[in-house]
Design a protein around this ligand. Structure first.
Ligand code: ZN
Length: 340
């Protein structure tokens, strides 16, 4: 039954509702279909079942997020931190795992505020080792050399059983990073989380890449499809000419209309498979997370201001999505016979 539930969860988190003239639209279904063809099974099922198998109580899970650069998104965007915080909460409550969130220094205030709004206190090493319902938030340094060294340091210190990336960009074939609109960025201006994911995959640690555009870690699984489907997939607006399609793979790619929704879909499947609807955060928590992220400086990725939006979709839509995911889980777990 879980695989069938995941069919509907996958569909719900892949409903695109984008404006004209801004973020590329009309591509969500095609990116999902390519990812689904690659993985053969519902994406949220693969991610949730992988986490259940890999993560035991007190195991560390590293969750990377943070997208956007100054001047438009100086402290990052609202898509990413909420999904990361929601999964951190589910991993703590449902699996007893210990979440470590990493991102660029500029994105840490919203990440920390969001994970606390989700119910997990940000803790230092001592407190983190002593109790549950806490999380760590750590800076992932900019640049390739420091990023590669930090990846080794993280794997050594935490011995994580899973690495999850939410809206975390991976490089194109040229080695450059790109925004969804094809604007090139030097690897020295971002956290090169690709090193963490590649090293984890080499060690057999579960990696899950969640994204919505094709330039995020995980979409390397369907690199050629992204080049074909996405507006700037094979041709960027910078001289490198490689396009935005990333080459960085993950064990499981979860493609969604909005990256946060991919994370919520995984949380919903964890709630269903562990038979506890509470493992998916409620809509009040969703509201609190969105407000906390904005108060800490995260901006909507389309409107680029401090409004209660995520990738151009309203707060009401986030709350409605959580309501529907909850209903899928709760109804799916309850028995209501009908005799006539
Ligand atoms: Zn380029």
């Amino acid at each position: 039954m879980a695989k069938i539930m995941a069919e509907y969860v996958d569909r719900l988190i892949n409903i695109e509702m984008r404006q004209m003239g801004g973020l590329p639209r009309g591509v969500t279904h095609a990116l999902y279909e390519a990812a689904r063809k690659f993985h053969k099974e519902p994406l949220t099922y693969l991610a949730a079942s992988g986490l259940i198998e890999a993560v035991k109580p007190k195991d560390h899970v590293i969750i990377a997020t943070g997208a956007g650069v100054a001047p438009w998104l100086p402290k990052g965007e609202t898509d990413g931190p909420l999904g990361a915080a929601a999964l951190a909460r589910t991993i703590d409550l449902g699996l007893g795992g210990k979440p470590v969130l990493v991102g660029e220094a500029r994105c840490l205030p919203p990440i920390a505020a969001t994970v606390e709004a989700a119910g997990l206190l940000v803790a230092d090493d001592e407190l983190f080792g002593q109790r549950d319902h806490v999380a760590q938030v750590r800076e992932y340094p900019l640049g390739e050399a420091r990023g590669e060294a930090f990846a080794s340091e993280l794997l050594e210190k935490y011995n994580p059983k899973a690495i999850i990336t939410v809206e975390k960009h991976g490089p194109s074939a040229s080695g450059k990073y790109h925004s969804i609109m094809g604007v090139g960025r030097s690897p020295e201006s971002v956290a090169n989380v690709k090193f963490l994911v590649e090293a984890a995959m080499a060690k057999g640690i579960l990696t899950i890449g969640i994204g919505d555009g094709g330039n995020e870690i995980g979409f390397g699984n369907i690199h050629e499809d992204v080049r074909r489907i996405q507006k700037f997939g094979s041709k960027c607006q910078c001289p490198c000419g490689a396009g935005i399609a990333t080459v960085t793979k993950a064990d499981v790619l979860v493609a969604a209309a909005i990256s946060n929704w991919g994370a919520y879909g995984i949380a919903a499947m964890l709630a269903f498979m562990l038979k506890n609807p509470r493992l998916l955060h409620d809509k009040d928590t969703e509201y609190r997370m969105l407000e906390a992220s904005i108060r800490a400086g995260a901006m909507d990725g389309l409107y680029t201001n401090l409004s209660m939006y995520v990738d151009g979709t309203s707060c009401e839509t986030q709350l409605s999505l959580i309501t529907m995911l909850h209903e899928i889980v709760t109804n799916g777990l309850s028995e209501q016979p009908r005799h006539w």
